[in-house]
Ligand binder design. Structure first.
Ligand code: DX5
Ligand code: ZN
Length: 216
């Protein structure tokens, strides 16, 4: 099943509840929440209190994307704050801590995700595939919405699809960055089943039509 996860980084923060409540009826499957620390990426966005507040009002599961240094420090707290899927970056800590963070998320009863920046090869995820419920392939440099889709990430996506089919077929495969109706099709063809869309979703004149096109 193809799913769409609108990134609220492009929502109207003054009207966040309104924007989040509109997602489900338009066909969204997750609310994608981008957490940035100004260190792992050169931008600061939202943190624990906002995730907690959103979880109180969101009818959809929260897909929380941690772009923070040493995410193990916060894994349990983001689970408690209401993340349903909690994704951390493989580049953000040592292999031991990455493994421990994924295990911590699952021990909290939540889904564990692992993300790869564009410069990180598919092989970096290989030791963790069985510990993951979601793999996220970044198709822009993480940090900002509205960037251009990197089509050259498609071989990496395809490789991960093949490995997941062999080792963990229930694991979701997500792409994030520059997704619109056309690039979504390319991602689906290369094995993605969860499409994050920020600017394209919130700029769409008809989000329901956009969701349908992304899933088509
Ligand atoms: C970027 C974030 C994305 C971003 C996507 O670092 O992880 O989720 O909001 O925005 P678009 O869809 O505009 O590229
Ligand atoms: Zn994201």
């Amino acid at each position: 099943m193809i799913k769409v996860a609108p990134s609220i980084l492009s929502a109207d923060f003054v009207n966040l509840e309104r924007d989040i409540r509109a997602l489900g009826p338009a066909g969204a499957d997750y609310v994608h929440v981008d957490v940035m620390d100004g260190l792992f990426v050169p931008n600061l966005t939202i943190g624990l209190p906002v995730v907690k507040a959103i979880s109180r009002i969101s009818p959809l599961p929260l897909d929380v994307h941690l772009m923070i240094d040493r995410p193990l420090r916060y894994a349990e707290r983001f689970c408690e704050a209401g993340a349903d899927v909690l994704t951390l970056h493989v580049e953000a800590d040592t292999p031991e801590h990455t493994r421990e963070a994924l295990e911590t998320i699952r021990a909290c009863g939540k889904k564990a995700g692992l993300s790869l920046k564009p410069g990180t090869p598919a092989e970096a995820a290989l030791p963790y595939l069985e510990l993951c419920d979601l793999i996220l392939v970044m198709t822009v440099e993480p940090g900002f919405g509205g960037q251009k889709f990197m089509a050259d990430m498609m071989p990496k996506l395809k490789t991960l699809r093949r490995w997941l089919d062999e080792k963990n077929p229930v694991c979701e495969l997500e792409v994030d960055g520059g997704v619109n109706a056309e690039t979504a099709r390319i991602c689906r063809e290369n094995g993605a089943n969860v499409l994050v869309a920020g600017s394209a979703w919130f700029k769409a004149p008809d989000p329901a039509a956009f969701a349908a096109a992304v899933k088509a």
